[in-house]
Ligand binder design. Structure first.
Ligand code: SF4
Length: 470
């Protein structure tokens, strides 16, 4: 069969982020400073979403021909696969309808977390919603095709190592760059685990399963080596929502990464309390260049309200400082625009971000994702049919979409722009982070001296109890 994986580059949505709901780019409000920050955000050439690379490998393993189409509808394919983000759902449904009118006999499959959370949104497009992990097509493709239009529940992959290596070849992988994490390119995405066992009630990563599935470290290394040899990848972004959650596998993975004959750069996303300094140092020594963490807000009550386990302020400060000394970039996520937020509570987030001073502070506007507990709690207010009447295309993490108790949308927009522009245009920011943003400064003897690692990597705890400064 001839299979088309359909995608869109409209609206600069990265489908991989937000657990597959997608993430837009900072809109550039705030004068020249805002435009400069938007330029940073849009200079990457981000890899296509990882499930596409898995699906390309799976369809090829099953003997089919795979093509990648962007904002175009190639004729005569047997199967078209759509993997919509929330911010592009209207465009994708329009493309599905067009396709159905032109090719009534083609199979149109819709995959991904948006399809999982809101399958009814695709009912009128006369398509097959594959509800569950799309990699299940390796075992269930015939069943899905035989089912025809409607919803087919496929479940999730039991053994992640049973999947083939993601196949990046249809997607022009030599162009992939993620500048905020790396200095060497091209960049690939990789996973050593899926899911998370925490229960933050706004989090889309726990929608399909609220537990963690792991891969064997040796299999992960094999995939990295394959990507390096076949596509020339020089950097790898781990897409585990909670990297290092398993105390047995992490030292093993570090050991494997250390055995690579040519070091690769890699980045991870995790919780601060899983990364003691010795683990950071051990990871840095085998190629870690950047860590993404969620700090969200300094307001402990707000975190507890949304069932996020707080981490002590001093532990967060020590973590950012340790990364800075070790030469690891930090990309810290902050959340503003909770329903009960005020100008003061948002400016407190900005002040806290400045105090911590990570390499990148990403101020996200609270976005309720269908299927999450948070969405259910406020569902009367959100979405195109909610009280606010906000279209899905605004669900990009940079646009206010909620009904706020004390603020208008315009105020949240302005405060959000203030957070970005005020954070990045400060001398203390540049002094603390210049050696990380431009690593050649270190070679010129500027910035802190490179710290040496501890000889033995310390294992991270599975899920250490969080503590909070008194
Ligand atoms: S710790 Fe992170 S990945 Fe896990 S539930 Fe909370 S927000 Fe989601």
């Amino acid at each position: 069969m001839y299979v088309v994986l359909w995608d869109t580059h409209e609206r600069f949505v990265t489908k991989e982020f937000g657990a597959g709901f997608g993430m837009g780019a900072y809109h550039g409000r705030g004068g020249w400073r805002g435009r400069m920050i938007r330029r940073w955000y849009t200079r990457d050439r981000r890899p296509v979403t990882l499930p596409f690379a898995y699906m390309a490998a799976i369809f090829r393993q099953l003997g089919h021909t795979v093509e990648y189409a962007v904002d175009d509808l190639p004729a005569n394919a047997d199967v078209y696969v759509f993997h919509p983000a929330l911010g592009t759902i209207d465009q994708e449904i329009a493309a599905m309808r067009q396709l159905r009118a032109r090719h009534p006999r083609a199979h149109i499959l819709v995959t991904g977390v948006v399809a999982y959370a809101m399958p009814q949104a695709f009912a009128e497009a006369n398509v097959t919603v594959v509800r569950g992990e799309p990699e299940q097509l390796l075992w269930k493709l015939d069943e899905v095709l035989a089912a025809g239009p409607g919803i087919v529940n496929v479940g999730s992959v039991k053994d992640l190592d049973a999947l083939p290596c993601p196949d990046w070849s249809p997607f022009a992988p030599r162009n992939f760059r993620m500048n905020y994490d790396f200095t060497r390119f091209p960049t690939a995405l990789v996973q050593s685990s899926r899911g998370c066992a925490f229960s933050c009630n706004y989090c889309p990563y726990i929608l399909v399963e609220n537990k963690v599935r792991f891969r064997e470290p040796a299999a992960v290394l094999e995939e990295i080596q394959y990507g390096r040899q076949v596509h020339g990848f020089r950097s790898f972004k781990f897409r585990d929502p909670l990297f290092g959650a398993n105390r047995r596998r992490l030292p093993e993975l570090i050991e494997h990464l250390g055995r690579l004959d040519r070091k690769v750069q890699f980045s991870i996303e995790t919780r601060i309390d899983l990364m003691p300094r010795e683990t950071l140092a051990a990871l840095r020594d085998v190629g870690l260049t950047s860590i993404t963490v969620g700090i969200e807000t300094p307001a402990e009550d707000t975190l507890r309200n949304y069932r996020r386990r707080p981490i002590a302020d001093d532990q967060q400060a020590e973590f950012i400082a340790a990364c800075r000394e070790l030469g690891i970039r930090t990309a810290a996520g902050f959340m503003i625009g909770f329903p009960e937020d005020t100008p003061e509570s948002i400016l407190a987030v900005l002040r806290y971000a400045k105090q911590l001073n990570p390499t990148y502070a990403n101020f996200n506007i609270v976005t309720p994702y269908p299927g999450t507990e948070f969405y259910t709690l406020i569902s009367g207010d959100v979405g195109p049919t909610g009280a606010g009447g906000v279209p899905w295309s605004h669900y990009d993490m940079y646009t206010p979409v909620l009904q706020y108790q004390h603020l208008t949308h315009e105020q949240v927009h302005d405060l959000h722009a203030k957070c970005f522009t005020s954070y990045y245009t400060r001398w203390p920011y540049l002094f603390a982070n210049a050696h990380l943003l431009w690593p050649m400064l270190r070679r010129l003897g500027l910035g802190p001296k490179r710290q040496t690692a501890s000889p033995t990597p310390a294992p991270a705890a599975d899920a250490p109890p969080a503590r909070r400064a008194a």
